[in-house]
Write a protein that binds this ligand. Structure first.
Ligand SMILES: [Zn+2]
Length: 211
């Protein structure tokens, strides 16, 4: 049996047979250009989306276990107790009814841009080179698309004043974390997904464990 929960920002599939949770977002793209750059052709759009989906799949899928805990036993939920679900994440390119509008701007190499996620308008603002892995500090790796994706799942920035934030958040020293300046996942990044999952089967809650 598969339970499906559709929210404004993602669809969650709880597949009991496959013991898998799938977190799927639908992205509707706007392909934009900085003045002086060539329009996106179809191949470039397709490649950009494939790379973005691949980055999310590689960095997020098969990294978490969601452990089911039956708090209130019923005839239909008791078999779930202590079952571990693998978790997959992907994005789907849609032409209508997206969860997110993704504005992807092709920019000149010298142009700097502060990519961001506007949750209140369900909009992702990124640039063409946000698929690249870079480093903001020796010993750290960073991918902006991956970082912005974490924002779409609900997390806030964790880097501090020295990297452009207006204050030092609680996880400011956890620099390897994705919502800081690193690329590592943390269990806290699935908090909103878990909150939704906990509404899906009566009497059953889930606990996120990073594998
Ligand atoms: Zn951010």
């Amino acid at each position: 049996m598969t339970h499906i929960r559709r929210t404004n920002t993602m669809d969650i599939y709880l597949e009991q047979q496959r013991k898998t949770v799938v977190v799927r977002q639908k992205w509707k793209y706007n392909w934009l250009n900085e003045e002086g750059t060539a329009n996106w052709n179809y191949e470039q759009r397709r490649d950009w989306h494939h790379s973005a989906d691949n980055i999310i799949w590689q960095n997020w899928s098969n990294k978490f276990s969601f452990l089911a805990v039956v708090l209130e036993e019923t005839a239909t939920n008791k078999h779930l107790h202590r079952q571990a679900f693998n978790v997959e994440f992907d994005i789907e390119w849609v032409l209508d009814n997206g969860h997110w509008t993704a504005n992807v701007t092709k920019v000149k190499p010298e142009t700097s841009y502060r990519s961001n996620v506007d949750r209140s308008n369900q909009t992702i603002n990124v640039i063409s080179r946000d698929l690249e892995y870079t480093s903001l500090k020796k010993g750290t790796v960073h991918n902006t698309l991956n970082h912005e994706y974490a924002h779409t799942l609900g997390g806030g920035d964790e880097y501090g004043i020295r990297y452009g934030n207006s204050y030092d958040p609680i996880y400011v020293d956890d620099i390897q974390a994705l919502l800081n300046i690193g690329n590592e996942l943390r269990e806290r990044y699935t908090r909103d997904v878990i909150d939704e999952l906990n509404t899906m089967i009566h009497g059953v809650n889930f606990l996120a464990i990073l594998k």
